[in-house]
Ligand binder design. Structure first.
Ligand code: SF4
Length: 433
């Protein structure tokens, strides 16, 4: 059976698709990269915004139009929240509410019943609770330089704009030894592993005895040599001192890069978002981190136009972004998500205004990013090759000139060019770390 996999959304979702693929292949399915010759198409959906739902719906309609014989199995976050909507679409043969790879693999198997198979969210979570992220470890991420290492799923916070936690359930950590085993396996194929999950700062709080993200990272550094680790998105308030020490002293084995969601720089908005930190908590911890780390890649997510956000609130966000040494930002105008507390809130900000605020912040982030890139000319960078480009530890995508090395790994070279066109010129004499 030929199966085409399509993923929407974040690294955790991409990881889940690889687990689905591996589970399917273990049961005899073959992966194909074209939906046109697929017998089954698995669509792993995302629900971060209402537009993400709409995108998945459009994509499924297109799949069915272009390959009406293919059976479509829908899984993922959006499927967890809108199962009956997906079930009603033409061509859909199965809906898995969530990311359980075993459930998806079962849904691939013909003969499929007349009516779509629906595997309920609760059952899917139960399976993951019993066998954290399904029995087998992930062996590699197909066709990719970097591997994703998912260490936990779900989230215990209750941010008022977020539907992810509704789709993914409470925070569940994987067994640390299983994480090490998977990292060692992935490191055979990937020179860099990104530690990912839905709320990785809560890793280990549900384990007995408790673990922490920093302890997990220390364990990985000790037990899995010859690979660079990069932290996925982590909250500023959850970066502890051990984590910083590991980043500082790892000699580049932990990429000097943090992505710490900010969402807003104004306390009244943070309160309505039900974030647990204040502007000052974020600001002071970030300054401490940057002071210790020196030059590093620093990113954040920001939402503009959250209900009730005033011009003054927005100005506070702008001022905070100006002050902190961000090298890039992901800025999104607020869009209400069905089922979330914020969606029923009053005082909406007109789309035109939240769009303008987004543009202002994106421009500011771009200027800051360009200045940072300019400052890196002539300095050393440790890169992994991704396609025709290279990715530095501090999360700059730069050009690669010269022959492609035969070996994979993390390469050291000097950054050349200008901020706009940074590149590294590679020669056989350049070093491989
Ligand atoms: S911390 Fe907030 S935004 Fe992040 S996954 Fe949890 S509830 Fe969603």
């Amino acid at each position: 059976m030929r199966v085409y996999y399509h993923t929407f959304g974040c690294k955790a979702n991409q990881y889940d698709t690889e687990r689905m693929r591996q589970e399917g292949e273990a049961r005899g399915a073959r992966s194909t990269t074209s939906w046109l010759d697929a017998e089954v198409c698995v669509v792993n959906t995302c629900t971060v915004t209402n537009q993400a739902d709409a995108q998945a719906r459009r994509f499924i309609r297109r799949l069915h139009r272009e390959n009406p014989d293919a059976r479509v199995v829908v899984a993922g976050c959006s499927a967890a929240l809108k199962a009956s909507m997906y079930e009603s679409l033409d061509g859909v043969a199965g809906v898995v509410e969530g990311h359980d790879p075993v459930a998806v693999a079962l849904a691939l198997d013909p003969p499929l019943p007349e009516k779509p198979v629906q595997i309920e969210l609760r059952r899917s979570l139960d399976r993951m609770d019993m066998e954290p992220v399904g029995g087998e470890i992930l062996r590699h991420r197909q066709g990719a330089t970097r591997g994703w290492l998912k260490i936990q799923d779900g989230c215990d916070r209750k941010c008022s704009f977020c539907a992810t936690r509704l789709a993914r359930g409470p925070s569940r950590s994987r067994d640390p030894e299983e994480v090490v085993r998977e990292a060692a396996q992935l490191a055979r194929h990937h020179p860099e592993l990104v530690i990912t999950g839905i709320h990785i700062g809560h890793f280990g709080l549900d384990l007995d005895p408790h673990w922490s993200l920093s302890r997990m990272l220390a364990h990985l550094l000790e037990r899995v040599p010859d690979v660079r680790f990069r932290l996925g998105s982590v909250e500023a308030t959850e970066v502890d001192d051990l984590l910083l020490e590991l980043m500082e002293t790892s000699g580049g084995r932990v990429a000097p890069h943090l992505h710490m969601p900010l969402q807003s720089g104004a306390d009244p908005v943070l309160r309505r978002m039900r974030r647990w930190h204040t502007r000052e908590m974020y600001r002071s911890r970030t300054l401490e981190i940057c002071d210790r780390m020196g030059s590093m890649g620093l990113g954040a997510d920001v939402i503009t136009g959250f209900p009730g956000e005033t011009a003054d609130d927005h100005a506070q966000t702008v001022a905070l972004v100006e002050e902190l040494p961000f090298t890039y930002l992901h800025v999104f105008p607020y869009s209400p998500r069905d089922g979330t507390a914020a969606a029923t809130g009053s005082d909406p900000v007109p789309q035109r205004i939240s769009g303008e605020r987004s543009r202002e912040l994106r421009t500011l982030a771009q200027e800051k990013g360009s200045r940072y890139r300019e400052g890196r000319v002539g300095e050393e960078a440790r890169v992994v090759l991704e396609g025709d480009a290279a990715l530095t530890g501090d999360y700059l995508r730069v050009g690669w000139e010269g022959p492609r090395p035969e070996e994979t790994g993390v390469f050291s070279a000097t950054l050349q060019g200008s901020g706009e066109h940074l590149y590294i010129a590679w020669s056989r004499d350049s070093s491989l770390n």
